[in-house]
Design a protein around this ligand. Structure first.
Ligand SMILES: *Cc1c(COP(=O)(O)O)cnc(C)c1O
Length: 622
């Protein structure tokens, strides 16, 4: 896996040139070069790089593919889309998103009051805003205020209670007004068909959201009674995220399409849009045969357009506008997390760690001979002998016949023999060798927090493509597991025989080695938690100018220690005073030393909580 599955998950966004992974645009800079540029400015620890050109690519691909499908079928409804804010609300992302999407009249979807405020301030007037999720009177009032500002906003009602509140708020806002302004109304329907995969709960009959058929009829009557029927314009459903298979979507489309047609025939004249929610999947897989989705965007768009057209035709109603709220598909590819490797744990299993004595137990002498004379021809036989010897030596230790140094020599020699044999027998790929890889897997300690930066790995076992930034001209030989710097054993991406990751054997005291985690732009940032108080990593936005050069913009450093504590509502003034007081009053330090210690302390307080390492060679920091 020298290309780390780039052809499966990469979508031509990155390219391997010489020995590095490069951004596949303009001057094709390597991620390593960009990383080093940022670190040269003094930013250490993990870095989150954002690429607005990749957001633009996803948005334009989405619109162009649907436009193409519409043309092919001669479909008369419009295609429109909004970005669901819950997927990523970070300002550096949202500003880039709004910036690159201007020509598409792209809007935002909000699911809470705070998200609604983002939508009201970031969306250009006229671009669609949809408001989903549970709402109280205040949130509905905010929607009315947005409409009075000139926003093109649709409230999706999730239950009948919300509709009652809308009627009430409408009276309050519009009763004695010359030009009443009311948001457009959507209804979320409760489907019988449900999604599949780990996020399937958002669809289906037991879903948290949506109106049943009975409720839908009641809603219709209520809207009619209060003269709001002319505001009902959207049917909405969402069958769950990362939809791996297209068939549940087709079922849902048939259900929703027929509900649209029935309401239309009943008299909902303004009804004109079907909002199919999100769910469009991202290919995260790094391994052939393990793909996560079984359809292309073309197939997805064709199915939606075709099915809507069929239903409209057979029920003799106009073809509705098609609305999507794809989030993961738009955001996932735009960011890359880059983290320095701090240490390889089993470097102790190194020849230089051997403590051979003048006289060693015979079995250890034999192990040493096996190791030094290991060749391709005898590799399998010697390997079996070594494993056998190890069992005997460990028993001898338990019985008190050999000492701790002998035991350490045994561990090192057997590890070295396994490693060497696997390298020699690399082409054979037998089950036995695969199993042995578990034994010699190298633990890479990486300067990041999986809880903060890959929470879906922790919570849902979602995988993310990972690869080193350089050495890509060399075959990586270490079966690798990745350990983050939290003190939590869940912060580990273990070696998986079925989905093996191999990394290079490097000496981090001599050279830097960075790992990049891709497709982290959807959900990870905002779901990330401050376990152990590791916060959102330092981030930067990478733009490309006309000449093809890149610029590094909007750098935001990870929070410093005192800001982290301030966020937890500690009184950092008191903490600051306490630290100072304890140094000043300490009976163990001289007056001069106190000043020096205070200086150091304040320097440390101004930094973020990720680790730094001093390298042996030159003072490069991790
Ligand atoms: C979460 C959500 C989305 C986005 O789903 P993706 O799978 O990220 O595209 C869209 N619509 C609604 C209502 C949602 O709750």
């Amino acid at each position: 896996m020298k290309d780390f599955g780039l052809n499966i998950w990469g979508d031509d966004n990155f390219i391997i040139q010489n020995d590095t992974i490069n951004v596949n645009i303009a001057s094709k800079p390597s991620l390593l070069k960009i990383t080093q540029d940022i670190r040269d400015k003094g930013y250490k620890g993990p870095l989150l790089l954002r690429f607005p050109h990749l957001i633009e690519k996803q948005i334009s691909t989405l619109f162009n593919t649907f436009e193409k499908a519409k043309k092919e079928f001669g479909y008369s409804g419009n295609f429109q889309a909004v970005f669901p804010l819950k997927v990523n609300q970070f300002p550096n992302f949202i500003h880039s998103l709004m910036d690159v999407s201007q020509k598409f009249n792209y809007g935002l979807e909000a699911g809470s009051k705070a998200e609604l405020i983002i939508a009201m301030t970031q969306t250009p007037l006229g671009a669609p805003i949809t408001v989903n999720g549970f709402k109280d009177k205040e949130m509905i009032s905010l929607c009315f205020i947005a409409v009075k500002m000139g926003h093109n906003l649709t409230i999706t009602i999730e239950g009948l209670g919300e509709l009652e509140t809308i009627v009430q708020v409408n009276n309050e806002f519009n009763a004695h007004i010359q030009k009443p302004m009311t948001p457009k109304i959507g209804v979320r329907i409760r489907l019988h068909s449900s999604g599949i995969g780990i996020w399937a709960k958002s669809g289906g009959y037991s879903s948290k959201f949506g109106l049943t058929s009975t409720e839908l009829l009641e809603a219709y009557e209520m809207l009619k009674k209060h003269n709001l029927l002319d505001k009902l314009w959207m049917i909405h459903f969402h069958i769950g995220s990362q939809m791996s298979d297209i068939s549940p979507l087709k079922k849902a489309l048939r259900e929703a399409g027929n509900i649209y047609a029935e309401l239309k025939k009943r008299g909902a004249d303004m009804l004109g849009a079907i909002n199919i929610g999100g769910g469009l999947a991202v290919e995260y897989s790094q391994h052939e045969g393990r793909q996560e989705r079984n359809y292309s965007l073309e197939e997805f768009a064709n199915d939606v357009v075709y099915l809507m057209q069929e239903i409209a035709k057979s029920k003799e109603v106009p073809e509705p506008d098609i609305f999507t709220e794809s989030g993961r598909y738009i955001a996932a590819s735009h960011s890359v997390l880059i983290a320095p490797v701090l240490e390889l744990f089993s470097q102790e299993y190194h020849e230089k760690g051997l403590r051979l004595k003048k006289e060693n137990p015979p079995l250890i002498e034999e192990l040493y001979d096996l190791y030094t004379s290991l060749s391709r021809e005898h590799a399998r036989e010697y390997l079996h002998d070594a494993l056998d010897h190890m069992e005997s030596l460990l028993t001898l230790f338990d019985l008190g016949y050999i000492d701790l140094e002998d035991r350490s020599n045994t561990e090192i020699l057997v590890n070295l023999i396994i490693k060497k044999s696997i390298a020699l027998l690399r082409e054979e790929d037998t089950d036995e060798l695969k199993k042995l890889q578990d034994r010699i897997q190298e633990k890479y300690l990486v300067n990041f927090s999986a809880f903060q930066s890959l929470p879906d790995f922790w919570g849902l076992a979602q995988i993310f493509p990972v690869m080193p930034l350089d050495k890509l001209d060399k075959k990586p030989t270490n079966p690798a597991s990745i350990w983050d710097i939290t003190c939590d054993s869940d912060g580990e991406i273990g070696f998986d025989r079925e989905l093996p990751l191999h990394l290079h054997d490097i000496d981090v005291s001599k050279e830097e080695y960075f790992l990049a985690f891709f497709l982290t732009g959807a959900y990870q940032e905002v779901l990330g938690m401050k376990h152990n108080l590791f916060t959102h990593p330092t981030e930067a936005v990478i733009h490309f100018d006309e000449k093809g050069d890149y610029t590094i913009n909007n750098l935001i450093e990870a929070q410093n220690l005192m800001d982290i504590l301030d966020d937890l509502d500690y009184d950092t003034n008191i903490m600051d005073k306490t630290l100072k007081y304890r140094i000043e009053e300490s009976q163990y330090i001289s007056q001069d030393e106190k000043r020096a210690l205070l200086g150091k302390l304040y320097l440390y307080l101004s930094e973020n909580s990720y680790l730094k390492t001093i390298q042996a060679s030159n003072e490069t920091q991790g």
